[in-house]
Design a protein around this ligand. Sequence first.
Ligand code: NDP
Ligand code: GDR
Length: 332
Amino acid sequence: MRSALVTGVNGQDGSYLAELLLSKGYRVIGLVRRTAAENPYSRVNHLLPRLKLVEGDLLDAGSLIRALELAEPDEVYNLAAQSFVGVSFREPVATADITGVGTLRLLEAVRQVAPHARFYQASSSEMFGNVAAPQNEISPFRPRSPYAVAKLFAHASCITYRESYGMYVACGILFNHESPRRGAEFVTRKISLAVAAIARQEQRTLTLGSLDARRDWGWAPEYVDVMHRMLQMDRPEDFVVGTGVAHSVKDFCQAAFEAAGLDWREHVVQDPELMRPAEVFDLRADSSKARELLNWEPSMDLKDIASAMVRHDLGLSQETAGGPVWPRGLAR
Ligand code: NDP
Ligand code: GDR
């Protein structure tokens, strides 16, 4: 039985990845932080006790060594991060410590405790900043937020460990991917939750920042599949992963409000306070390499994603606690 350690297991991607690995017969150990919240592991409760949890923190090297000793992993997926770009402007040093140096702490712990384990790093399209779209594996990196700077440090650390020590380290440069498990502060979920509240007549308006920024939005369950595929290759390589289609925040609003029979123009207002100090305007993936070498093909488009999220938030579909919503067969 193969064994995998997943950091950030209680995040959106971690929960889907744990489901996928368990379904493939892996022994899965998830790293979680200690928290005082009442229902702290809400995204993975339904996987317990098949999923084993171990306490640890990317800020604490000793806890990572202990987790690796317990897990004895064949594969390590590093998904933990302070992952919200907006917060990174307000907490830049904490973001650097967790998202950047935290990855280096884990790499070094793996080198010492489990050097033959295969390592997946959750790199980000944010590292490209405003370089011309579409972005691929040879596009330059021009980070525009403390989050992107931290991810780039982590990405470069991964390449350095791969080249210096011959470790199997692969980075997935993933573009935005969404689901009903997306954190409520990210724009797609903020919109789908607001649409549901407006449809129930609990609120009238939704306040957003930039409506013109464009993102390449995909469906999260399909993106954890690619993480696993990346660790099954003969040799480690980095891959850009996205749908190849970009839409504006405005487009997402339109699709989400339409899914509930509403007109977004009657409800969305803008607040300059929600604009970021520096914005990334146009991210769109050129994933030719992943399509060719990993045989990976996304199937959900913007309307599918917006509709699935709105239906969930309206209580019309089950998800989150009950198990995965796999991509195909969802009503628009
Ligand atoms: P989430 O924010 O949903 O999950 C991040 C997880 O990291 C949370 O479970 C959080 O724990 C955990 N975490 C945060 N700080 C620490 C720490 N100091 N020690 C241990 N764990 C910690 O992110 P996603 O699931 O959306 O993303 C997964 C990864 O992929 C992240 O690294 C993200 O930056 C990256 N990424 C995401 C993309 C996306 O579109 N979703 C695109 C590209 C990259 P807790 O539950 O306690 O808060
Ligand atoms: P992003 O995702 O920054 O791309 O990072 P987010 O959903 O936060 O923002 C997307 C775009 O929407 C604009 N926007 C708003 N964003 C939020 N959160 N709230 C608002 O009210 C709002 N109004 C407009 C933003 O300015 C931005 O242009 C996500 C995260 O998952 C990262 O961890 C990951 O690395 C990248 O995707 C790829």
